[in-house]
Ligand binder design. Structure first.
Ligand SMILES: [Zn+2]
Length: 242
């Protein structure tokens, strides 16, 4: 293997590693974002459920109160009409008490009727909110699965690519490698093909003389005059799989 072949192979490995980093780089963030969305939508659902719970509680309390009212009203009427009242003043006082009970009952009944409308609205809101929560959960599930699968898949590829990379860099001329890493700080693709007489990194034309030299001197080092990337000949063969 010549050094330019090593450089070309290295560039190919780094391209794959970059792709992997990119793939993984976004996904964990997306999963976190989706987790927050699910959490937010969950608390929205819970809030609506709490409001519905309050209505239920009010209804239960009202049922108890109504029972108490009718017991009390029956008792009061009984007192009035079985001659246990001592005077008119006492009779009027009992009448007032009964009136108060009736007006309280009306007030609560009115509130119950309003609650029924409120409840219907809340139920349809809840249905929408729960639908949205389920959708968000499903998206989260898919993303989590994707991340897990990708991480598992990548583990093996990562190991393989890294060990191959180490193999190449340890046998590569160290000045070339240093230069390669320096170019990498400007261009992710530090080494590129010559394509139709041009640098395939920046598309500027390579002088024909240089192209001839490149073909004849397979141990030479050539860079693009315009962008500084390493150049390798158009017909250089780099095995796809290692
Ligand atoms: Zn270039």
């Amino acid at each position: 293997m010549t050094d330019i072949e090593r450089i070309a192979a290295l560039a190919q490995i780094d391209e794959k590693l970059d792709e992997m980093h990119e793939e993984l780089g976004d996904l964990p963030k997306e999963v976190k974002r989706q987790e927050i969305i699910v959490r937010d939508k969950t608390s929205v659902v819970e809030e609506t459920q709490a409001q519905l719970g309050e209505i239920d509680q009010f209804r239960a309390n009202a049922a108890v109160t109504f029972q108490e009212f009718s017991d009390k009203e029956a008792k009061l009427s009984d007192t009035q009409f079985t001659g246990q009242v001592r005077n008119n003043k006492e009779f009027d006082a009992i009448t007032k008490e009964i009136e108060f009970i009736r007006s309280e009952r009306n007030r609560i009944e009115h509130e119950l009727a309003q609650n029924r409308i409120k409840e219907e609205n809340l139920q349809s809101i809840l249905a929408i909110q729960q639908g949205e929560l389920n959708d968000a959960k499903e998206i989260l599930n898919t993303k989590e699965k994707e991340l897990e699968e990708l991480s598992n898949e990548q583990n093996d590829d990562f190991k393989q690519l890294h060990s191959r990379r180490k193999e190449i860099t340890s046998s590569l001329n160290s000045d070339w490698y240093t230069e390669y890493e320096r170019i990498r700080t400007y261009h992710n693709d530090a080494a590129v093909h010559v394509r139709k007489g041009s640098c395939s990194g920046c598309f500027s034309a390579i002088p024909p003389q240089k192209q001839v030299e490149m073909r004849n001197n397979i141990h030479g080092l050539y860079t693009c005059q315009n962008c500084g990337r390493y150049l390798y000949p158009e017909d250089l063969y780099i095995p796809e799989e290692f």
